[in-house]
Design a protein around this ligand. Sequence first.
Ligand code: NAG
Ligand code: NAG
Ligand code: NAG
Ligand code: NAG
Length: 564
Amino acid sequence: MRFTRLQLGVAIAIPYTTQAAQAPLRIPPHSDVDSSILDLRTLWDDLSIRPHANATGNFLFGGVNSLLLHWPNTRYRNGHNIVPGTIPVGTLLYHGRADANMPTMPDWTATDPEHSYHFCGEANWKDRPDAKGCWHLTIVATRPLRVLYLDGSSAANMKDGTLDAQDLLLWGKVDPSRWLDERTRIDNFCAWGRDYGIDGYLRMEMDFEVMLCDFKNGVELVSADYIAAWRARYITPPWGPPRPPDQDLRHCLSSENGTRSLEQHLLRFEMVRAGSWHNHYPGETRVVLDLAHLVSFYDLTLVPSLVAHRAGKARWDHRLQNISASDLVAVNARLKTALTSHSTEIGSGVDWRTLFRVLVDRYADRLEMLEYLLNTTTPANAHERATVIQRQLRVILTPYILYSARPLSDASTSDAWATPVWRACATRHTSHIHMQAATLTTSERLLLSALDETNREICRVVVRMWAAGVHAGLDALLLPHKVEDDSKLSAVVRGWRTDASALMAWLDWSVWVKCRPACGFEEMCYLPTWPYFWETLEDAEDENGEWKRPQPRCIRQLEPYSRL
Ligand SMILES: *[C@@H]1O[C@H](CO)[C@@H](O)[C@H](O)[C@H]1NC(C)=O
Ligand SMILES: *[C@@H]1O[C@H](CO)[C@@H](O)[C@H](O)[C@H]1NC(C)=O
Ligand SMILES: *[C@@H]1O[C@H](CO)[C@@H](O)[C@H](O)[C@H]1NC(C)=O
Ligand SMILES: *[C@@H]1O[C@H](CO)[C@@H](O)[C@H](O)[C@H]1NC(C)=O
């Protein structure tokens, strides 16, 4: 949304320039990807081989699994995925404005009225400071609306990567000076998508929004209401002299004397609350995604040029700005193919979102429990704990532990006997999909490889941990014996800790990011959200600032409100 101008209640001049359309595209030959990254995934004989350092299966898995979820996309703001989707008939969208009219040009709509209410009345009050209410429009989809979803905090106006994907698609490069160029962005997007019948663009900030291209096509006005409004704007009128578009938003966020009324706190919190309804799976359900036509910047065969720029960087710092020209051409071509082939090339019919979710359901709690058990294992309770942990490891692998899977002898230390368990664990969910590979779209093949790579690593580590326990005599069903030797036992526990923490760090699932201890009834768990984190920041460039690496904390749902 034009948060900068409307939401913040500050007159920022947004230049209305027009931008030349995209240059014609050609599909380049493409084989720069380091094949060792892909080859590693086909070997099954060595449980000690970790995923390739430059592989992206974990990022793809995490990204796909986070689509439409507010929490993980608030945590990792720099989106890497573009997915076509549909908004079903009957879905309501909301729009706050200065009058009762439907917009005549592309404009922003909110999926929740708590969000659009913020924009309601701003212009009224600007021109008529004595106005008591404001205009709030409810709009309905009268046919399925075709949208393109950009993941991450893609509606957050920042110079740090949230807009990379959009600006590459629209303008062919990331230009930090255009971070507030929202009017051009929406106009260019709508012009760009016209050929593909795209009605709008789904983005996310404090909540989800739809940039709607044509209010006369596919939507109807349900109601234009002049509603009573909190006079919750800034205590001193915000519409001072226009500010240059590049001015740091931080200054715009503070009211003039740095205080905020109760109503201001309430409005902000209620918007955050509405966003939080979509925090966790299944997230924002009013948009149905077509994953069979997803395009990802983590696709190694499509975008090999970003490998070098990601190397050694944490997920927070992944950017798209240094993509090569030829990779960008390839991404554009892939996206155009995805958008034109959606009705002819429908794919396998696999419900990818659910399939990805099955893995998270099966392993998230169990791995977290293992971490807890290992965290609380001490020399004093190690004997008892080790047996419990070993039993949990076996439980996780139960469907894959054939009766024949057992070490050849008590004396052997090789875990080669356990590799069939690994392979079974890692391939059961998808072997039937591999048999129908011809029905898969290009995007589905990418999803399949991300799923396989992730599943493979989970199974590798869990099998390795379980086999180590078997060798140590901890498994009740195989070679059990009383472990007398404390140093041997502590070596097993140490190995387990190393393996489990490396796996969880590699997976880095956002379901594990939670408030500990859990929040009280009057509170909710919150991740620092754009743009609020700028407000109290001493130094926006601070590398260690909480806004760079958002960590969860409890905030109050009622007055007295917490700092956001
Ligand atoms: C800030 O401004 C409001 C409204 O003018 C006033 O009520 C409040 O006392 C001021 N606060 C400070 C700290 O000056
Ligand atoms: C990962 O990519 C970087 C940059 O291209 C390269 O320097 C590094 O050697 C790669 N890592 C491995 C394990 O191949
Ligand atoms: C990446 O892009 C940024 C912005 O365009 C530029 O300043 C930087 O030098 C580039 N880095 C590399 C390694 O090319
Ligand atoms: C285990 O300990 C680590 C490090 O202190 C901590 O970050 C993590 O939350 C703990 N996990 C559980 C489940 O207790």
